[in-house]
Design a protein around this ligand. Structure first.
Ligand SMILES: [Zn+2]
Length: 436
């Protein structure tokens, strides 16, 4: 049986943030001693530091941009084999294509997701998850992992979240080596569409969330701060259809889709209200094809962040209202321009949760002993699949992965030290949860 022994009392308190966005440090007054078994988990990781780093390099260098179905298939296959070797039963789950409202039209194909399960008689049913995809397409220049002398790691997805995936796999191996996966109830989910908002995997995450008692997501920390609560996220698309016409010979015969969209973008951006923690960002905008033609189509792809479901719904309503009020007029074409909108609130708000706070406090206490301490908590404007899981009723800590910065850019980096320390932390945290 798995035994835990503490010498002294673990007293960890999370200092509450006076207001969201304020990063707080936590007072750690504690003396934790790891059990012999936990010490063995750490030793297992220590002995494999080079292997773990090499494995991360392999993971980073398999391109898994969300649209790279072949790359994701290869990566999923690899993870599936790794989990089979640890006694998991694996299964793939497919998602339907997502239709895209844009001038080009078409749809987004989503690679299959991977679910791996072990079941036993232990009471606490644990769901751990990570995403396989990254924002870096196979044409991106950023494709390899650079390991610098000072331990800095630079590579696509090293922090978001190949580092987290490698941590998960190696923590599971460490447990397996000690027999600590035996008789447990553990599900591992690797989805392939997190970076486009888990539009395909959401239902699967919600279904799994309802079958478990606690969730751990291995997205990373930033500045070694765990995320305690998160904003909700939404997305919107606008497509404007006008009428193409020669910009010189028949300007008056055209209806500019770009001009109409310009009005829409200004109105939509004015929905941002920092005081209310509501932001709107028109991240992608395009219109027309030729300089000397009045543009016949224009489209925009918009991001929304909000602190409550009501605020998110209000944003959706406002955007749809803006879409319905046409500004550009041409008496010859009274039905143009035509404006279509599509909105979705794809990640619920993730509020503070007492059970999650306990897990964060435990992670902070353990990391203080293990190394690369998690020193506080933050409120984040970014979402993870933990928001979906918790929205479906599963208390979920979602920042147990590698520490890093520069995610989604060619400056993305992390460190070897964090990779190793967080693998140890993951092993101990998982062992404790699985044997509760
Ligand atoms: Zn991520």
């Amino acid at each position: 049986m798995f035994k835990r022994s503490f010498i002294g009392t673990a007293v960890v308190s999370l200092v509450l943030a006076a207001s969201p966005f304020v990063i707080v440090s936590s007072s750690l007054a504690q003396e934790t001693v790891l059990s012999d078994q936990e010490q063995k988990l750490l030793a297992w990781v220590d002995q494999r530091q080079d292997d773990i780093l090499n494995e991360l390099k392999t993971h980073v260098e398999i391109n898994t941009g969300t649209a790279n179905i072949a790359g994701l298939n290869q990566y999923r296959e690899r993870l599936s084999n790794d989990l089979n070797a640890l006694g998991f039963k694996t299964q793939t789950h497919s998602s339907s294509d997502i239709d895209v409202l844009s001038c080009q039209g078409g749809s987004i194909q989503i690679a299959d997701h991977l679910v791996a399960k072990r079941s036993g008689s232990k009471k606490n049913r644990v769901l751990i998850n990570g995403h396989m995809d990254t924002v870096f397409s196979k044409d991106d220049e950023f494709q390899t992992l650079k390991i610098e002398d000072n331990g800095v790691l630079k590579g696509p997805g090293v922090a978001d979240m190949k580092g987290g995936v490698v941590i998960m796999i190696n923590a599971l191996r460490a447990l397996h080596a000690q027999g600590l996966l035996d008789d447990t109830n553990l599900t591992v989910l690797f989805n392939s569409d997190e970076e486009i908002g888990s539009l395909g995997s959401r239902a699967l995450i919600e279904e799994l969330a309802k079958q478990h008692d606690v969730g751990l997501v291995f997205e990373g920390t930033y500045n070694n701060l765990a995320t305690r609560a998160r904003k909700g996220l939404g997305q919107a698309r606008l497509r404007v259809t006008g009428r193409e016409s020669h910009a010189g010979g028949a300007h008056e015969d055209g209806v500019s889709a770009s001009l109409e969209l310009a009005h829409k973008v200004i109105a939509v951006e004015q929905l941002t209200d920092y005081q209310k923690k509501v932001t709107v960002n028109t991240g992608v905008l395009s219109g027309g094809e030729k300089r000397n033609t009045v543009p016949g189509c224009a489209d925009a792809y918009i991001d929304m962040r909000f602190p409550s479901l009501e605020a998110g719904q209000k944003l959706e309503q406002n955007i749809n209202e803006i879409a319905s009020k046409v500004v550009v007029k041409n008496a010859n074409y009274p039905n143009l321009p035509k404006v279509e909108s599509w909105t979705v609130l794809h990640r619920p708000v993730k509020p503070e949760n007492a059970k999650v706070d306990e897990i964060i406090a435990e992670a902070m206490a353990l990391s203080a002993v293990i190394g690369e301490p998690i020193t506080g908590t933050r409120y984040s404007g970014g979402g993870t699949d933990g928001s979906i899981a918790q929205g479906a009723g599963l208390p979920t800590m979602d920042s147990l992965g590698i520490d890093g910065k520069g995610a989604h850019s060619s400056r993305e980096e992390s460190t070897v030290q964090s990779l190793i320390a967080r693998t140890k932390l993951a092993a101990v945290m998982l062992a404790r949860q699985l044997h509760k």
